[in-house]
Design a protein around this ligand. Sequence first.
Ligand code: SF4
Length: 479
Amino acid sequence: MSETHTEAVRTGARDECGVFAVYARGEDVAKLCYYGLYALQHRGQESAGIAVSNGRNILVTKEMGLVNQVFDEARLAAMDGHLGIAHVRYSTTGASTWDNAQPAFKVTPSGTGVALAHNGNLVNTADLARGLGPTGDRCTTDSELLATMVAADADVTLEEALVTTCRQATGAFSLVVMDESTIYGARDVNGFRPLVVGRLPRGGYVLASETSALDIVGAHLLREVEPGEVVAIDEHGVRTKRFADPKPSTCLFEYVYIARPDHRFPETTVYGARRRMGSLLAAESPVDADLVIPVPDSGTAAAGGYAEASGIPYAEGLVKNRYVGRTFIQPSQSLRQLGIRLKLNPLPDVIEGKRLVVVDDSIVRGNTSRQLVAMLRESGASEVHLRITAPPIRNPCFYGIDMATRAELIASGLSIAEICDFVGADSLAYLSLDALVSTTLRAKGSLCRACFDGEYPVPVPQEQLASGKDVLVQLTSPR
Ligand code: SF4
């Protein structure tokens, strides 16, 4: 297929990737992978891929596009096997091209295959690539680099190679890996990105970025893969190995925006956390208003919480086009005025003459919020009070969420009052960091909060911090 890709409209933070894996004899593993990816589609909409093995060979199919554009019945039927891994991707390092779609596939010196799919971003990519010499120079993503490292050594088992690679890699990685006979899951010592293990009702195991992908295939949640742990799953069941002591700093933004509301962290569902965000926002930043409306979908649960706590009625004042993903083809200049209306359309019947509390998850660059406020006013809102379920994002993410460069983040340069002016709202308030942390039911120290408070739990190379780039070392650029 063509390697030219359509530019995505980039209005806010973007998810990074979703991973999934199955080991289940007697099941249609390719189809289970397909359904798993379907549940994880929100985590990546640029490419989709599945690798399966029948015990002898690994077959990889990957393409640019959504899961249901990449796979059909015929394609899945051709993928015969009892184990497999799968991936949906946004590019956070490397270009958005077929070559960089995952699973990445490598052949070891002994001739066996290795497929790997990665969610997250490493922060020591350049060092790792240097360690591989010319082979490292040819890698175009940190995920390909990991696959190359895992497959490089002829003298060790894949399990040993994976453990060694995990010890060397720094930053965010939730991995699923396979050879012809075993699937593996691995999670960095900080556990930035989620990764869970589930059991299928008729036997067999599943690994997935979110519990919603277990639910869709009927798997029962066993537990999270621990930070610093590798699990191996084969015909003997599940083995586990710790490659380092855990130092948890799970991404706080997963709760705010990235994960689906039905994802279950050990302490809470994302839905429950978002309801609490809304309630606390109402307590911290009350406003005299007629209606609470969400910016769907990530603001929906929080708007419910705000309405319940404040006693202000809740209504759906914005209709979301569910078929416009978080990326879509950039409108041509003549259609640019469509802007936010491609995704959200107001309901004047609901909004007209009303003083609105509008609950949204974040403001990244500010342009979307500005368009949103203008659109609500055009539809007759008499007042627009923006309430954001997280603190201002002042720092870029180096662990796999594609937000913006520091210079592009509106809160890195402007005060809240200035942002309010820029977006044209009557008032603007953000949830405090302590309140947000409390909604997760976890200790503050076990969460990454760097985009909000600048405390990066894993040191980021100075040149990246200085440039404030959201992407890490671009492997395709000269080192
Ligand atoms: S910097 Fe923000 S988005 Fe990135 S891992 Fe930390 S909390 Fe998540």
